[in-house]
Design a protein around this ligand. Structure first.
Ligand SMILES: Nc1ncnc2c1ncn2[C@@H]1O[C@H](COP(=O)(O)OP(=O)(O)OP(=O)(O)O)[C@@H](O)[C@H]1O
Ligand SMILES: Cc1ncc(COP(=O)(O)O)c(N)n1
Length: 565
């Protein structure tokens, strides 16, 4: 179930409840509703499968440009279209040549689309030269799409120019037509005519200046900062956001595969915005997806330079050899004697271990979304006694889970890991008592240990007793990971439905997707991935097995109210 899950999920059950977290959640709840008058999907109405047009250059190696955009749009649930501004000859090592076809033909592509199809969002990437920019500007002025995201592509990661220097002035004239502009630090500096920022504070300052000058919201990106953090922030002082600067924290993922990250981020934001009608909610959905795509990039094995990100990392992918990863939990008692688990783990390399775990979770995650309980929770049709049963079991589970986390802290190889698990164990107990104080205090429900809760906690305690730190962290991970993903999805669906106040579980859903919990989940994934990468093949197999069992228990936990309430 939900470990710290509910940690950050805890809602204000009564009006007296006033912890800072609750206050912040409530504030975010109201601020997330689209601001009146914003020229976004809010005005046009959000759409379940938005029709998103990328106006960008082609990267034949598939990592950047329209190819990355179409993958990102699909990965975020949109229908992708592409009008090509330029052809490049490039691969993961660099750009060899650029060919810009006549601008008149671009106009024909754009008109052919807009004459026939309603466009819910546009993402603009590489434009090449001033004539192309003028063409796009006059088409935008005619069509006025509901959402326009502009990635002011100037220079590729490889250092090759993708916009003629003489066209920078023309690009500035396009900025006021955008709702969101997504420059990297070098592009931001050019657009505000300042030296490139080397600190996050300077970058935010430049973002504010660009927002004031253009009226657009600026997505300031921390990808090119030094250090272990990789924050992003939405900046707009004009009242379109809940605060002038909305920062979403993130860890830097150690990979050289960042080709097309900026393209992918901007098209994903256009898609999410057309679906959710809220920039902040969009960034909170897109950033963890992008982090997962960077994390799982090594699995693709494309090129010898800066490779592409793994856009579809969150979907079930077949294992090498055609056998699906995941499926039914491995029944054998000993993973060491289980050839399936062993072969699944044997070829793993460091960076890929967390990605392998994620793929192993995919079937159970899919099954969770199909559960009556989850569908009822999302739709508001879940019967109250099932919800109450779930809450009561959650509180019982958290107590046992806290013991497993405390054991992980005791076994942790570093002080940072020791502290992380100890803090998590403490938060679990705090959430447990908060559950009793708030949600459970007004409900009459039996507080006895249910069969699924018992099996799940027994499994965790057995992993605690195994003596292997690596196996234990693999066992505790699904409670972070699956719950965070489910929470984020349910929360996004709730927002997409207009956050209806009459929804009986509105309070619960509103606080479901919490950035602090998402951050703790990222840390937990890294904590499990690290020992996984160093483990022997046998131990990796044991980790995978412990992880799969917990994923299955997550599924059973969400299904338990239907069977046992
Ligand atoms: N190593 C990393 N770990 C985590 N997130 C990253 C990493 N590198 C980039 N990002 C994220 O990727 C997105 C793109 O950021 P970046 O600043 O790299 O833009 P960009 O330079 O336009 O991208 P590109 O590398 O495609 O040119 C941001 O959300 C950023 O936080
Ligand atoms: C067609 C096209 N568009 C954009 C980029 C920038 O992406 P990156 O900075 O990751 O190289 C690119 N390389 N190619």
């Amino acid at each position: 179930m939900s470990p710290l899950a509910s940690t950050y999920v805890l809602p204000p059950a009564s009006s007296e409840s006033s912890s800072s977290q609750e206050t912040q959640s409530a504030a975010q709840g109201s601020a997330r509703r689209p601001a009146p008058g914003s020229s976004t999907a809010a005005a046009a109405g959000v759409r379940h499968t938005p029709r998103v047009l990328s106006i960008a250059g082609s990267d034949p190696s598939g990592g950047a440009g329209i190819q990355a955009d179409l993958k990102s749009i699909a990965a975020l649930g949109g229908y992708g279209m592409a009008a090509i501004t330029a052809l490049t000859a490039q691969n993961t090592r660099g750009v060899r040549d650029v060919h810009v076809p006549p601008a008149g033909f671009l106009r024909q592509q754009l008109d052919a689309i807009s004459d026939d199809i309603t466009i819910d969002a546009v993402k603009i990437g590489m434009l090449g030269n001033a004539e192309v920019i003028d063409t796009v500007r006059s088409w935008l002025e005619k069509v006025r799409p509901a959402v326009v995201v502009l990635d002011p592509v100037m220079v590729a990661t490889s250092g090759d120019r993708l916009l003629e220097e003489s066209a920078e002035a023309a690009l500035r004239t396009l900025l006021p037509l955008a709702d969101l502009i997504t420059p990297n630090l070098a592009e931001l500096a050019i657009l505000v005519a300042a030296p490139r920022a080397h600190s996050w504070a300077t970058a935010l300052e430049q973002g504010k200046r660009l927002a004031a000058a253009t009226g657009a919201t600026i997505l300031v990106k921390g990808g090119h900062l030094d250090g272990g953090a990789c924050p992003d922030a939405l900046v707009n002082a004009g009242g379109l956001l809940s605060r002038p600067v909305v920062e979403v924290a993130g860890d830097r993922i150690p990979t050289r595969n960042s080709h097309g990250t900026g393209c992918s981020l901007s098209s994903a934001m256009a898609t999410a915005q057309a679906r959710l009608g809220d920039w902040e909610a969009s960034l909170r959905e897109v950033k963890p997806w992008l982090a997962g795509a960077l994390q799982a990039s090594g699995l693709l094995e494309v090129g010898s330079g800066s490779g592409p990100i793994n856009h579809f990392h969150h979907f079930h992918q077949p294992e090498a050899g055609g056998k699906p990863v995941g499926g039914a939990p491995v029944p054998a008692e000993s993973a060491a004697g289980d050839p399936a688990a062993q072969s699944a783990a044997a070829e793993l390399t460091g960076e890929d271990f967390a990605a392998t775990l994620r793929r192993a979770a995919a079937p159970d995650l899919d099954a969770i979304y199909r559960l009556e309980f989850i569908r009822g929770l999302a739709a508001g049709t879940l019967v109250e006694d099932q919800f109450a049963y779930y809450l009561a079991q959650d509180a019982i589970y958290l107590n046992g889970y806290s013991r497993a986390l405390a054991r992980a802290s005791a076994l942790a190889p570093t002080e940072a890991a020791q502290l992380f698990w100890a803090r998590s164990a403490q938060q679990c107990l705090e959430v447990e008592s908060e559950l009793h104080r708030t949600w459970l205090s007004t409900r009459t429900v039996e507080r006895i240990l249910g069969p699924v809760t018992k099996s799940y906690v027994d499994h965790l305690l057995a992993a605690s007793a195994s003596g292997s730190y690596a196996v234990l962290v693999a066992a505790v991970l699904p409670c972070f990971w699956l719950y965070a993903e489910v929470g984020q999805t349910l929360h996004a669906q709730f927002l997409a439905a207009g956050a209806p106040e009459a929804h009986p579980y509105a309070e619960w859903l509103r606080t479901y997707a919490d950035e602090d919990f998402a951050q703790a989940t990222r840390e937990a994934i890294a904590m499990a991935g690290e020992p996984g990468s160093k483990a022997s093949a046998d131990e990796q197999a044991a980790m995978l097995q412990a992880f799969r069992h917990s994923c299955r228990f997550e599924l059973d936990f969400f299904d338990a109210p239907r069977l046992h309430a």
